[in-house]
Design a protein. Structure first.
Length: 96
């Protein structure tokens, strides 16, 4: 029976990185990029909704998809924020 050294089979933080992730980015940079993407989705949805309301040639399904993407991204962002706040509060309750 062969026993490997501790840590040989543990994946590193960069081994599971996807194509959009860049190794070495800080947490703050990652959050800033995610928020800018959410903001872009919100802006796109607002623009499509404005064009649709003014009578421009916009397919209704494109408008609905854009608005649903923006809504889902915003809901996800709110949930991530809630989890971060929960984690912070839990750390603050920890007695040293």
């Amino acid at each position: 029976m062969r026993i490997d050294a501790i840590g040989q089979n543990i994946p590193t933080a960069t081994s599971g990185a996807t194509a959009t992730e860049q190794p070495g980015r800080s947490f703050g940079q990652t959050i800033k990029q995610a928020l800018s993407e959410v903001n872009k989705l919100q802006s796109d949805a607002d623009e499509v909704a404005t064009r649709f309301a003014s009578g421009d040639a916009v397919e209704i399904h494109q408008a609905m998809i854009a608005m649903q993407k923006a809504s889902t991204a915003l809901q996800f962002t709110i949930q991530v924020r809630n989890k971060i706040i929960e984690a912070y509060q839990e750390i603050m309750r920890t007695q040293v």
